[in-house]
Write a protein that binds this ligand. Structure first.
Ligand code: NAD
Length: 461
């Protein structure tokens, strides 16, 4: 293992020179990153194929397209984001003062990322951190080993090591990194490891952004366009073979439409992936045997009372190729294993509910989700769901695509995380918002009231 302390000290020394402050420097880094992504996209796509059997279209759309959009958006808006912001005072006392908010770079940022969208989730916070005038250590996931290798290989070809460095490895390397003092840590991964990161950061009072996971529910009410809902839910659940943090995790369908929805979802699977999804070039694989075994264990149902398999199921899974078929479960018991933790695989439990109240109570009794989906055409229902629930994001009548709206904050709440990425939200996350009050040097007479000795006339009594 390398000497991470020396690496970070070298980077911090460079950062302290002020070289990263000018807009021109930051724009140059963004353009360099864009060039890297453009010139190395074939290597990255090949690595995504090797790690996750991700098809090229999916890799381009879900991993690369948003990165180009983020970089262009940051470059176009950087000037206005960096500009000191004048603020009005709420009091006449500051009538002659200048009041500003300035956004300072933080310093050396550690970005730790997962394997499920290993390009997008590594380069997207990198773009925000560089736009915000920081230098960055990247720690990609060891599980997407091919992408990690390509990242470690290409970054030094484009960036000076005191601007962006890559540390590869797993738990021991990450733990060793966490022994070093950073100015901010951005972690994307599981809630369990998020707690480890936050505990380690506490040692130095290092602020953290935690982009975590959880069970993201879908409500389908009787006014929904069921055919469209089925296609959009199935698509959101099955892209990347279900390994997406904001994938619909389970469905609460009103009893009046549940059967129709389940039928329509089966039809959507057939339409998207054919009779045998194992043969579809558009359906990915599970990252490794550990996750394959974990997902299959959720489908253990020895007494037969936890759920009914509508389509797919463990019998059609293949450990060697890490294939788990699109699987829909019905009549699911809330106490079933599949309803306890985030599924993170191509399995979708459907639970029948008799009212919106029942659906809302079900959601509110559990941890605050990263995303919540509602399929309804009733404005009253929409308003109730938006006001009565708390989640990182809500998407009405669709799934997952809120991630692509870079003017929206992307983040969780409670156990699904803290802080936000994307666009200006990401820029702000990697800066310190500094309060500045500027007073004139004269008009000292106005200050007489605040200097001792105090007496009642000074207080206006
Ligand atoms: P993970 O938490 O196992 O690993 C994430 C990173 O942490 C990896 O780089 C890994 O090397 C490191 N790590 C793992 N264990 C560690 C430990 N004990 N100490 C220090 N570092 C450690 O997550 P994962 O399996 O790679 O990703 C899946 C999870 O990430 C899911 O829960 C998913 O919902 C979540 N996720 C969230 C978002 C989001 O934006 N909110 C995006 C993608 C994935």
């Amino acid at each position: 293992m390398s000497d991470y302390g020396t690496l970070v000290t070298t980077m911090r020394t460079f950062h302290k020179t002020g070289a990263t402050l000018p807009q021109a420097w930051r724009l140059e880094q963004l353009q360099t990153l864009k060039r890297l992504l453009f010139e190395c996209q074939d290597e990255l796509i090949e690595a995504l194929e090797a790690d996750l059997s991700k098809c090229m279209t999916e890799a381009k759309v879900t991993e690369l397209a948003q990165l180009f959009a983020e970089i262009d958006y940051a470059a176009a808006n950087l000037g206005s984001w960096m500009k000191p912001e004048s603020v009005k005072s709420a009091s006449w006392v500051n009538s002659f003062d200048s009041i500003q908010v300035r956004r300072d770079p933080l310093g050396v940022i550690l970005i730790i990322t997962p394997w499920n969208y290993p390009c997008m989730l590594t380069f997207l916070p990198l773009a925000s951190a560089l736009a915000a005038g920081n230098v960055v250590v990247l720690k990609p996931s060891e599980m997407s080993e091919n992408v990690a290798r390509v990242i470690a290989d290409v970054i030094p070809r484009y960036f000076e090591p005191n601007v962006v460095s890559v540390v590869t490895g797993g738990v021991p390397e990450t733990q060793a990194l966490l022994d070093v003092r950073f100015d901010h840590i951005s972690f994307t991964g599981s809630t369990a490891v998020g707690k480890v990161i936050m505990a380690a950061a506490a040692k130095y009072l290092t602020p953290v952004t935690l982009e975590l996971g959880g069970k993201s529910p879908v409500i389908v009410d009787p006014t929904a366009n069921v055919a469209a809902a089925a296609r959009r839910i199935v698509w959101g659940r099955l892209i990347n073979s279900g390994q997406s943090c904001i994938a619909p995790d389970y469905v609460l369908a009103h009893a009046d439409v549940e059967a129709e929805l389940v039928d329509a979802m089966q039809a959507a699977i057939l339409e998207f992936y054919g009779e045998n999804p194992a043969e579809s070039p558009d359906f990915g694989r599970i990252i490794n045997e550990r996750h394959f075994d974990r997902i299959l264990s959720l489908l253990d149902n020895p007494s037969g009372s936890d759920f009914d398999v509508v389509t797919g199921g463990p019998e059609r899974a293949d450990r060697e190729s890490k294939y788990i078929p699109p699987t829909i479960l019905r009549n699911v018991s809330p106490s079933a294993a599949v309803m306890q933790d985030e599924i993170f695989g191509p399995v979708l439990p459907v639970l029948s509910v008799n009212s919106l109240d029942e659906a809302l109570d079900f959601i509110k009794d559990r941890e605050k989700p990263l995303a919540l989906y509602l399929f309804s055409t009733d404005k009253g229902v929409r308003e109730r769901v938006l006001t009565e629930t708390s989640s990182g994001s809500v998407c009405v009548n669709d799934t997952v695509i809120q991630h692509g709206v870079i003017t929206l904050p992307f983040g969780g709440v409670g156990s699904s995380g803290m802080g936000a990425h994307h666009g200006k939200w990401g820029f702000d996350e990697f800066t310190h918002t500094k309060a500045v009050l500027g007073k004139g040097a004269g008009m000292e007479g106005l200050n007489a009231v605040r200097y001792p000795p105090y007496d009642d006339t000074k207080l206006g009594r």
